[in-house]
Ligand binder design. Sequence first.
Ligand code: E4P
Length: 194
Amino acid sequence: MKFFIDTANIDQIKEAHDLGILDGVTTNPSLMAKEGIKGEEAIANHYKTICELVDGDISAEVLSTSFEEMVEEGKVLAAIHPNIVVKVPMIKDGIKAIKWFTDNGIKTNCTLVFSAGQAILAAKAGATYVSPFLGRIDDSGWDGVQLIEEIAHIYNVQGFKTEILAASIRNGNHITRCAAAGADVCTCPLDSIL
Ligand code: E4P
């Protein structure tokens, strides 16, 4: 299982990278805002800095929600660095956008996934990664890790190539259970690793 760090904080990325076990980074608009990164140029520069620090897939999320805008925004993000993975929300236009990126050789991370049906749609569109949101599923009274098990089973039976990226991780117990459940990647806040 690969380890990604779920932050836009450069010090935390450096700390995780120094451990020698970091395979990539995920960010989202709230994580970028938390670091005070605003505006197209500042966002692009921040992603460039992260890509220069970590040699692995770096997820950069689109802010728009229509197919046309997501494609335009994703093209700009993908042009920042070859390791950028365009993170696209699991909505109807998001599926269309993921298919467009797949057909045009751009890697994607389908985010905000809460069901196995959504994970099937993401895989059919050719997403590089699918991100089920464990912690938020737990918050609503269900068991997020069970969803990882279900998706892993379906992808295995169907031979889907999309990698399962367990997101919204809250603690070490999530990480070990995701490893047992068949997640390909866990994206973790630094304090859940150490
Ligand atoms: C990662 O890609 C997600 O954006 C992140 O894990 C979401 O976590 P949260 O539920 O703590 O916001």
